[in-house]
Design a protein around this ligand. Structure first.
Ligand code: URA
Length: 209
């Protein structure tokens, strides 16, 4: 319970440092996020169950391990989650995809849902929720609240960066959901940005600022 996995592989850390730099272009930022996401997917999928199936190699028959059960579902928290989705789908090309759209009410600062679509048979699926920045934790908590109502077989949360405040808020409500991240930064600033962070992940990904 309350597990936080920091993926501190040198390749991940190098790519993350390039992403953090304010001089990195939109197209490089996008490519780097896709590359890091593939490496994160490798770790996140480490405990997926496999089953042995009969195949024939050119040399001999064998019982070969294959991923078991219904297809994993990747859930993107819009819009920046789509940047992680892209890389993860390269590693899990048959995964199903769901989307959760949330915006922050400017008066209450609460997360309000505007879109929710996930595949059928969620109770048989392992869900991997992706959102690059676990900052205040409010939208991640709201996304997991909503997803839990569909009763997936398991849920994991994957981000690129987080901070102590985000982890605390997230695990105060969802202590059962493991977090996978490339780094835990120092803190949140008064505008709820992660420090040192990398700025607004959505804007950097889509070139909107
Ligand atoms: N969302 C972002 O995109 N960046 C932050 O630093 C915090 C939240």
């Amino acid at each position: 319970m309350r597990k936080v996995h920091v993926i501190d592989h040198p390749l991940v850390q190098h790519k993350l440092s390039l992403m953090r730099s304010k001089d990195t272009s939109t197209s490089n930022f996008r490519s780097l996020l896709s590359e890091i996401s593939m490496l994160l997917a490798y770790e996140v999928c480490r405990d997926l169950p496999t089953t042995k199936v009969q195949i024939e190699t050119p040399v001999a028959p064998m019982m070969a391990p294959m991923l078991d059960g219904k297809k994993t579902v990747l859930i993107s928290v819009l819009r920046a989650g789509n940047g992680i989705l892209d890389g993860m789908l390269k590693i899990l090309p048959s995964a199903r995809v769901g989307h959760i759209g949330l915006y922050r009410d400017p008066k209450t600062m609460n997360a309000v849902e505007y879109f929710f679509k996930v595949p059928d048979n969620m109770q048989d699926r392992d869900a991997i929720v992706v959102d690059p920045m676990l900052a205040t934790g409010n939208s991640a908590v709201a996304a997991i609240d909503r997803l839990k109502a569909t009763s997936p077989r398991s849920i994991k949360f994957v981000c690129l960066l987080t901070c102590p405040e985000g982890i605390r808020t997230f695990h105060a409500t969802h202590p059962d959901i493991p977090i996978y991240t490339a780094a835990i930064d120092e803190r949140l600033n008064e505008k709820s940005y992660i420090v040192p962070g990398l700025g607004d992940a959505g804007d950097r990904l889509f070139g909107t600022k």
